[in-house]
Design a binder for this molecule. Structure first.
Ligand code: SF4
Length: 381
């Protein structure tokens, strides 16, 4: 079987960032009960699944959110003890936790190292500029971010820094300064996202009320190219539209999503995929816990057709440096879809394509900017 990932979702935040459209609650405190629920869900999934069995080897674990670093370490330790007795983790390659810089201190890192098997940390820094951080309503300032990264880098070899470009107040200089500050810590991995304005967020409201302006698209594109230039000079590989790593330090967990490998998600709002169907849990902590406490299914389900799988493969593949592989399409989806793919690929402008790729279509740096639009021209509807 392909590699399998486990994802645990912790939809809790101490405060809300103005651009964020993810579901999370700021008042919830009964973490013990929530952790019990996700363990219960994990065990129930394994006993009811016709795809995953007790022999399924898990390759990666990811604790995401929200803010998993708000969960007391003793509860995370308990979660891992239960996971080791529920899943076959003998193959495990990577165990990541997302952290907010504000939650990191010497004692926290000591406990994480002593009581959990976590071996990779993803730090939500977003910017090293205090005005930008304050405007986003992030909990930390630049100084706090630096201290947190310093502590992490002294204890973990494998850590990633998240940045955002296209922010209100951001200038070319402040963006470049944030990139260089991140590089000063020698992270093995950097994720850099273009700010997206999501409906219903405080940011969208502030823009519509003309209380704030965001930089135009040209600025964002310049930020993207400058980022690529600087990271390339420092030896980073651009392996997915928003992700860069030093050789061999790509995020295994996320890469497996992009390769269409299965994953099991636990927690309110978490998604799962077993290659035949997709499942998504109710996006409400209270409702999720009620369902789990009463041994009811907390998820909605959707059967995945071959056409849906094909569309997904194209969409995810074009966002990565592996692109889409014609041999795989032929073997997995058949000759008809291969012909459709080659026909569609021939219509993609050469300026967006890596030259001399045999048997694959790989977008270049410019093309990745338009990956979603290019992919939609391949879709079978
Ligand atoms: S900490 Fe993360 S999940 Fe929470 S509001 Fe901010 S961006 Fe959203």
């Amino acid at each position: 079987m392909s590699p399998v990932g486990l994802y645990f979702h912790f939809p809790f935040c101490k405060s809300r960032c103005i651009y964020c459209a993810f579901y999370s609650q700021t008042q919830y405190t009964d973490f013990q009960h929530y952790v019990e629920c996700i363990i219960h869900e994990a065990k129930a999934t394994m006993s009811s699944s016709d795809v995953f069995t007790e022999h399924t080897k898990i390759d990666t674990v990811y604790l995401g959110g929200g803010t998993p670093s708000l969960i007391p370490v003793k509860l995370l330790s308990y979660l891992f003890t239960e996971l080791y007795s529920t899943f076959d983790l003998s193959n495990i390659e990577e165990i990541t936790i997302e952290v907010n810089p504000d939650d990191v201190n010497e004692e926290w890192i000591r406990q994480i190292k002593s009581f959990t098997p976590i071996n990779r940390i993803s730090i939500g820094v977003q910017s090293f500029n205090d005005d930008e951080l304050k405007m986003m309503n992030r909990r930390h300032n630049a100084d706090k971010a630096c201290k947190a990264i310093e502590i992490i880098s002294q204890n973990f070899d494998n850590f990633s820094i998240d940045l955002i470009y296209g922010l209100p107040l951001q200038t070319s200089e402040s963006w470049e300064a944030s990139i260089n500050k991140a590089l000063a810590f020698n992270p093995k991995h950097i994720s850099a996202y273009s700010l997206s304005i999501e409906n219903g967020t405080p940011l969208a409201k502030m823009i519509s009320e003309e209380k704030i302006t965001v930089p135009d698209e040209d600025f964002t594109i310049r930020c993207y190219h400058r980022l690529n230039e600087i990271l390339r000079e420092h030896g980073y590989l651009h392996y997915e539209i928003s992700n860069y790593c030093l050789p061999n330090y790509h995020s295994r967990h996320n890469s497996n999503y992009w390769k269409d490998f299965p994953y099991i998600g636990m927690g309110a709002g978490a998604h799962s995929y077993d290659c035949k169907s997709r499942h998504w849990n109710v996006k409400d902590i209270k409702k999720y816990m009620e369902k789990i406490d009463n041994c009811l299914d907390a998820a909605e389900h959707e059967i995945i057709t071959q056409d849906m799988k094909y569309n997904e493969y194209i969409m995810l593949g074009l966002r990565t440096s592996h692109g889409i592989d014609y041999q795989y399409i032929n073997d997995y989806f058949g000759k008809e879809k291969l012909n459709h793919t080659i026909e569609s690929a021939n219509k993609v402008s050469r300026q967006f394509i890596m030259p001399d790729c045999h048997n694959a279509l790989i977008l270049n740096e410019e093309g990745m900017l338009f990956a979603d639009g290019i992919a939609s021209d391949f879709f079978i509807i």
